[in-house]
Design a protein around this ligand. Structure first.
Ligand code: NAD
Length: 254
């Protein structure tokens, strides 16, 4: 049986994935701000160190997989929190756990979004993230909008993954990303309740080609496959699991 670590296992997609992995007999170490094996606020440098140190203590023999799933919605305030949790915490924890992943030739499964392609790589916020400049990224995004903060953080994390795939693969660690569309979780409830973004998101949800938004199980089923032996040749892939929305919006762009 395998040992996985994840962030964001308290609710939503992460909680469903944790349940499925545990039902399969695997050990899952969960880091979250609310409840879990390790309580940590990943928006802070201290919280990231608590997460990494706690996982190192609980899995000294290594990890078969790491899923940095914790994330904040585009309505979180201040917007810099989105940059801190959705991008900087993800990169910091992946780097911090690389040694444990190398020990077991494990894999990293990032959680992107089908909104990631909506912000260009050239955008200055994405560039500040990719340059590792947390202060500049946070200062800039506090003066911009929630969509850019959210989709930009997901774009940045996906590009970071793609840029580091060769280096990590050479060390025996494969990295992939799942890019969900609208999924019914507490995060989405917060967006639906927002006066400005709520109606836009509801309209987007109504337009999903398969006729419904996702439930956490729709996403977790694919994530569990991506972490399994059957997917051992998967490396650097981004799986859109969004009922056809990305294909609808970007038919010719893949
Ligand atoms: P969710 O709110 O149910 O889960 C997010 C988890 O992250 C929660 O357990 C929360 O406690 C944790 N978290 C938030 N801030 C934290 C912090 N500072 N430190 C530690 N933990 C923290 O939302 P979800 O929809 O299940 O989201 C899971 C992932 O999926 C996120 O990365 C999200 O961006 C991504 N995603 C969601 C959707 C969607 O429509 N729901 C779509 C695409 C991508």
């Amino acid at each position: 049986m395998r040992t996985y670590a994840m962030t964001g296992g308290a609710t939503g997609i992460g909680a469903e994935l944790k349940r499925q992995l545990q039902d399969g007999g695997h050990t899952v170490i969960s880091v979250d701000i609310k409840e879990g094996d390790i309580i940590a606020d990943l928006s802070t440098v201290d919280g990231r160190e608590t997460a990494i140190g706690g996982i190192q203590r609980m899995a000294p023999d290594g990890l078969d997989g790491f899923i940095p799933c914790a994330g904040l919605p585009p309505v979180a305030k201040p917007l810099s929190l989105i940059a801190q949790v959705n991008y900087f915490a993800v990169v910091a924890t992946v780097k911090g756990l690389r040694g444990l992943l190398e020990k077991k030739k494990g894999s990293v499964l990032f959680v992107s979004s089908n909104s990631a392609p909506m912000v260009a790589v050239e955008d200055s916020f994405v560039q500040n993230c990719l340059a590792g400049d947390e202060e500049a990224a946070c200062t800039e995004i506090d003066g911009r909008d929630g969509h850019t903060a959210y989709a930009g953080s997901k774009r940045a994390v996906t590009v970071w993954m793609r840029r580091h795939v060769v280096e990590y693969a050479a060390a025996g660690v494969r990295m992939n990303a799942v890019a969900p569309g609208i999924t019914m979780t507490p995060l989405t409830d917060r967006v639906f309740a927002d006066a400005e973004l709520g109606p836009v998101m509801k309209e987007f949800g109504d337009s999903v080609p398969v006729g419904r938004p996702a439930q956490p199980v729709d996403i977790a089923n694919v994530m569990r496959f991506m972490l399994s032996d059957e997917a051992s040749y998967l490396c650097g892939s981004v799986f859109f699991v969004d009922g056809g929305s990305d294909a609808m919006m970007r038919a010719d762009d893949f």
